[in-house]
Design a protein around this ligand. Structure first.
Ligand code: AMP
Ligand code: MG
Length: 340
């Protein structure tokens, strides 16, 4: 199959082009498109056969549920059996935006979308291309990240081509995504509400709107949420995450780098701007200032992919602070560093 690339300027949406992509969705085809978080691989969420094709293209196991993307809050009532007041409050506060709400599903939603669960994950993306596409397709769009299962999520159309070129009908190229990490997944069917996956909306921001939010135990311990039990976000290279602080962190990274270089391996370091000059004669890629976690999040996946493209065998990553978007970054780095 030849994958068609459709360039669309996110600042000046060409509706004629959006309609071409929407027609593909209506026909049950796979269309990758940008959202503010990462690129998604979209299909009509109400078309079971089309949804099944997502799992095939991504090589994703069927036990990993998908997020349904909507462009109008009214759709929440079609897809969900109950919308508790707190869900509505959160939707009003953060939508469109990188927050996914897990609610009791309605009859309309097939088990193939939800991996057989009686809940469905729903989100309204803050991206004009994504919103226009959903509106023009006139259906909720089920869309996981548009990467091969287990790989880092794509933040550019080229990343999607690299993973799924030739396997899907169309990719909308709307440039680099802004947030760069996936949405925060919140289970609002339980009390207190639980963060199942850290993401684009920080826990600090959530706490400004709701009093009590529990971070799922597994997350505190490192990672994991339903369907995320498998290794994720993995670059080809072996990734080592060094979580020490200050000078001890730099020392440990230097020691590890020397060890692997002595073994003849190609070693790269992912460092903050503040530390970039502390690793003599070792290749460093800068994720951003350690104090600017939003920028670090936006750069994270592209940097991991560029290490792979350039043939690095070992990536040693500096651990970042775990507040704000740092929590989402660290959750992903820990998963990437977990033994395969
Ligand atoms: P992705 O779209 O690839 O970023 O992955 C979506 C993630 O959302 C899944 O891996 C799950 O962890 C989470 N998710 C989706 N649906 C549900 C659900 N019904 N209950 C809990 N988590 C969900
Ligand atoms: Mg994903």
């Amino acid at each position: 199959m030849k994958t068609k690339i459709l360039e669309i300027n996110p600042k000046k949406i060409d509706l004629a082009k959006i309609r071409i992509a929407a027609e593909e969705i209506k026909k049950g085809k796979l269309v990758a498109f940008p959202t503010e978080t990462v690129y998604g691989l979209g299909v009509d969420a109400l078309n079971k056969k089309a949804v099944a094709k997502i799992f095939q293209a991504k090589e994703r196991p069927f036990n990993d549920p998908l997020i349904a993307h909507i462009a109008d809050i009214k759709e929440l009532y079609r897809l969900c059996k109950q919308v508790p007041p707190v869900a509505l409050k959160l939707a009003k506060a953060f939508w469109p935006g990188p927050l996914t709400l897990v609610l009791k599903k309605s009859e309309l939603v097939s088990g193939i979308v939800t991996a057989g669960l009686d809940t469905v994950a729903v989100r309204m993306p803050a991206d004009n291309i994504a919103l226009s596409l959903i509106r023009e397709a006139k259906t909720p769009i089920a869309a996981p990240s548009a990467n091969l299962f287990g790989k880092t999520s794509p933040t550019t159309a080229q990343h999607v081509v690299d993973d799924l070129g030739g396997k899907i009908e169309m990719i909308i190229d709307g440039g680099k995504t802004k947030v760069g990490v996936e949405s925060t997944v919140l289970d609002v069917t339980v009390d207190p509400i639980r963060v199942l996956r850290a993401g684009g909306i920080s826990v600090e921001k959530l706490k400004e709107v709701i009093n009590q939010v529990k971070i799922s135990k597994e997350l505190e311990e490192g990672f994991r949420s339903p369907g995320m039990l498998n290794s994720h976000y993995s670059p080809q290279a072996k990734l080592i995450l060094v979580e020490k602080k200050g000078d001890a962190q730099v020392e440990e990274i230097r020691r590890l780098a020397s060890k692997y270089i002595a073994q003849g391996l190609k070693v790269g370091i992912m460092a903050t701007e503040e530390n970039q000059n502390k690793y003599d004669r070792i290749e460093v890629k800068v994720i951003g200032k350690g104090t600017e976690l939003e920028i670090c999040a936006a750069n994270l996946f592209a940097i991991l992919r560029s290490f792979d493209k350039e043939g690095f065998e070992i990536i040693i990553a500096e651990g970042l602070k775990e507040h704000d978007l740092g929590l989402a970054i660290m959750e992903r780095l820990r998963k990437a560093a977990a033994p395969k």
